[in-house]
Design a protein around this ligand. Structure first.
Ligand code: ADP
Ligand code: MG
Length: 310
């Protein structure tokens, strides 16, 4: 087979559901693990479909420059007109929550009020702008909930800032954000495949903010895994606006997180272009989003290269 499906990523632990889904269709994929690699920019890329699953949290696995390497490769692929699923623009948004919020707002998706700040005095000033309301402080380049903290008591937060006690963002940008107290303590993560809503998961946040849905995030003696429950629908207006945002930003696969407050207002605060699915919740609901993703990729490969479906 000359036209392959390539998966660009930096964490092999998240691949098994996709490997199984390809195997069920009698196929495999080209595994591009983007940690260290050289690219000959004067040569054309191979023919194929390229699925970008680069993760904002790569630095937490010691892969500080994987997003930059992915940027180089996506520019090369796109320059040669290759079909990329989750484009270079998707990568830009993956590694910058402030860029996500700006692009969401441009599509009339409600987002929490957020001040992005560089510098201790500026972070303090941002906190004061929210006082006395509680705030969320988080790194601009995040992932897995690391460094995301809620402060109900702003004086504690001010002291922490003065002691340089906040987890720094790898890009130096700190976000101070309106806290959306989620009704029933649950947030929603809506999964989109091929740019279309697939299903949503309700996630209980009472045990903390490290809400990675991949099963591998729940091991290693960490806190108990949060509860995930799949639901089939979200608000139709919100869904349509998110789908438009995804289409305008070259994002086809994503988990989009929002909190709904006691008044029923929803605010989107996180877009994960590298998304993982929770196996236990899928087993209960009879869903398989990895299979749906792989079937979408195979369909795109067949369409792009004029191949008949198997
Ligand atoms: N503005 C907010 N209001 C309420 N909860 C929030 C807010 N921002 C983040 N959280 C909570 O923290 C978790 C992690 O934050 P998030 O922005 O998704 O970062 P990450 O990219 O690390 O997942 C969220 O799933 C949610 O439970
Ligand atoms: Mg998140």
């Amino acid at each position: 087979m000359s036209e392959e499906i390539f998966v660009l990523h930096e964490n092999p632990e998240w691949l098994p559901p996709f490997e199984r889904a390809f195997a069920r269709r009698g196929l495999s994929f080209e595994n591009w693990n983007l940690v260290e690699r050289a690219v000959d920019l004067s040569a054309p890329p191979p023919e194929g479909i390229f699925y970008n699953r680069m993760s904002a949290s790569s630095h937490t696995r010691g892969h500080r420059f994987s997003p930059e390497l992915t940027g180089v490769i996506l520019a090369w692929l796109e320059g040669h007109g290759r079909r990329v699923v989750n484009s270079s623009r998707a990568l830009q948004l993956e590694v910058s929550k402030s860029s996500q919020l700006a692009a969401l707002q441009a599509c009339e998706v409600p987002v929490p009020r957020t001040i992005a700040a560089v510098g201790q005095a500026q972070v303090l000033e941002a906190v004061n702008a929210f006082a006395p309301a509680p705030v969320i402080v988080k790194p601009n380049r995040g992932g897995k909930g690391l460094g995301v903290r809620l402060f109900e008591d702003l004086s504690t937060l001010r002291e922490l800032i003065l002691e340089d006690g906040l987890d720094p963002s790898v890009d130096g940008v700190t976000l101070v954000q309106q806290y959306i107290r989620p009704a029933g303590n649950t947030i929603t993560r809506a999964e989109f495949i091929g740019g279309q809503f697939h299903y949503a998961v309700k996630i209980d946040t009472s045990m903390g903010f490290e809400l990675c849905p991949a099963d591998v995030c729940a091991v290693d003696g960490g806190p108990p895994a949060p509860q995930f429950t799949i639901i089939d629908q979200i608000d139709a207006v919100l869904k349509a606006r998110i789908e438009r945002f995804l289409a305008l930003n070259g994002i086809e696969m994503a988990g989009v997180e929002f909190a709904t407050d006691a008044h029923g207002n929803s605010y989107v605060y996180d877009v994960n272009t590298n998304t993982n699915y929770n196996a236990e919740a899928e087993a209960v609901a009879g869903k398989d989003a990895a299979q749906a993703s792989v079937d979408f990729l195979i369909g795109e490969r067949n369409r792009t290269y004029g191949r008949l479906a198997a």
